[in-house]
Design a protein around this ligand. Structure first.
Ligand code: NDP
Ligand code: GDR
Length: 374
């Protein structure tokens, strides 16, 4: 290893943010270690383009098997690699699923963060290792004030958010108690072509692409009134790195400052492929119809019903409105996002349309196109 080369550990490297962050840190000359879980199928799709043969001398990207629920495993990895920076991105990150698996979510997302902090302390690395904790706008939950900033009170509304609240405060506590460089990035929703397929934006861009190509009939969604502050994951991982390069360890809100309903996101995604929609009705009876389709490649008749509400996607407690105030990040760290919502939707639609066109070729070739469970 080169002298003075920085070493980073990313938990959750196989996820959306982990993949973009690994790419960024490798570009910056870091040696990057990542924790991946054992799975019965390959689970490294998002980072396969960064693959380096482990048999060559000094690979710059190294993966370790691990799990946020296994203290000894995490401690051993940290001891072996002595990282300068740890980015704790691993989490059971799906809000709706956390209502089904609350205990596991608390363990992985809440206590998992403690395991990382405690390992650094136990190994005597408090002065060497900086820690980034993936905190979330879900902490704000039930609206107390908008726009939400570093000083807005929290009111979590899901087992996921409550687990992340523990992680947030234990990070602050270790910073204050042991003088550790440990920071929370309170990130608002961020999306990309690598976004998990069951989060609403990606579910929409995949479905719109399939509907346009005649591979799917309808899109079923839950709460169309929810408002989110959506940014691009590429802009947000850059900020994760900037947070650990700051002079002082602090907590930071990362957001765009613009909020949009799920319904409007649906309209924007369909518009990208030349399809204009009309929404009618309310609550579970709300639906959307094709008003016009200006793209001759896609044969969607006027009046066709293509979006329905399915209450199975409703959450027992919902977060109605998120809109962040990123002033501190912009003024103190000079963060400037490159994407707005329109360019984000374009990027996701371009990628999913290409992906689904591949499926269409397969279908035309006689292969059966399977739908996945969501
Ligand atoms: P993803 O769900 O795409 O990725 C989560 C990662 O964590 C995956 O690599 C997953 O592994 C890994 N993981 C899950 N459980 C465990 C476990 N028990 N042990 C080890 N690894 C585990 O999330 P994102 O990339 O979108 O988000 C990254 C982090 O940021 C998460 O902590 C999330 O809660 C948080 N966050 C995300 C926001 C967003 O809008 N994306 C906003 C605010 C915070 P596998 O691939 O095997 O499933
Ligand atoms: P969120 O993201 O819960 O904000 O958490 P998600 O995309 O799952 O939901 C956003 C909003 O859309 C509504 N919604 C639907 N959601 C899903 N998943 N599927 C649907 O069919 C659907 N229909 C409507 C939801 O009710 C919600 O209001 C994400 C995750 O990345 C967290 O890990 C992260 O902490 C927060 O963003 C910030």
């Amino acid at each position: 290893m080169e002298k003075n080369q920085k070493v980073a550990l990313i938990t959750g490297i196989t996820g959306q943010d982990g993949a973009y962050l690994a790419e960024l840190l490798l570009e910056k000359g870091y040696k990057v270690h990542g924790v991946k879980r054992r799975s019965s199928l390959f689970n490294t799709d998002r980072i396969d383009h960064l693959y380096q043969d482990p048999h060559v001398d000094n690979p710059q990207l190294v993966l370790h098997y691990g799990d946020m629920t296994d203290s000894m495993n995490l401690t051993r990895i940290i001891q072996e690699i002595q990282p300068d920076e740890i980015y704790n991105l691993a989490a059971m990150s799906h809000v709706k699923v956390s209502f089904d698996t609350p205990e596991y979510t608390a363990n992985a997302d809440g206590i998992g963060t403690l395991r990382i902090l405690e390992a650094v302390r136990f190994l005597g690395l408090e002065k060497k290792t900086k820690i980034y904790q993936a905190s979330t706008s879900e902490l704000y939950g039930l609206v107390q004030a908008v726009p939400q900033s570093e000083t807005t009170p929290f009111y979590p509304r899901s087992p996921y958010a409550v687990a992340k609240m523990y992680a947030y405060w234990i990070t602050v506590n270790y910073r204050e108690a042991y003088n550790m460089f440990a920071c929370n990035g309170i990130l608002f929703n961020h999306e990309s072509p690598l976004r998990g397929e069951t989060f609403v934006t990606r579910k929409i861009t995949r479905a719109v692409s399939k509907i346009a190509l005649g591979l799917q009939d309808k899109l079923y969604l839950g709460n169309l009134d929810a408002k989110r502050d959506w940014g691009h994951a590429k802009d947000y991982v850059r900020m994760m790195w900037m947070i650990l390069q700051a002079d002082q360890p602090e907590d930071w809100v990362i957001a765009t400052g613009v909020t949009t309903t799920v319904r409007d996101f649906v309209k924007m995604a369909f518009k990208e492929v030349g399809i204009h929609l009309r929404f009618e009705g309310e609550g579970v009876d709300e639906r959307a119809f094709v008003v016009s389709c200006s793209n001759p490649e896609f044969q969607l008749p006027e009046g066709k019903e293509i979006v329905n509400v399915d209450p199975k996607y409703f959450r027992p407690t919902e977060v109605d409105l998120l809109i962040g105030d990123p002033t501190k990040a912009k003024e103190k760290l000079g963060w400037v996002p490159e994407y707005d919502l329109e360019s984000l939707v374009k990027d996701m639609m371009r990628s999913d349309l290409k992906l689904m066109q591949k499926n269409q070729y397969l279908k035309d070739g006689g292969y059966k196109i399977l739908n996945s469970f969501e």
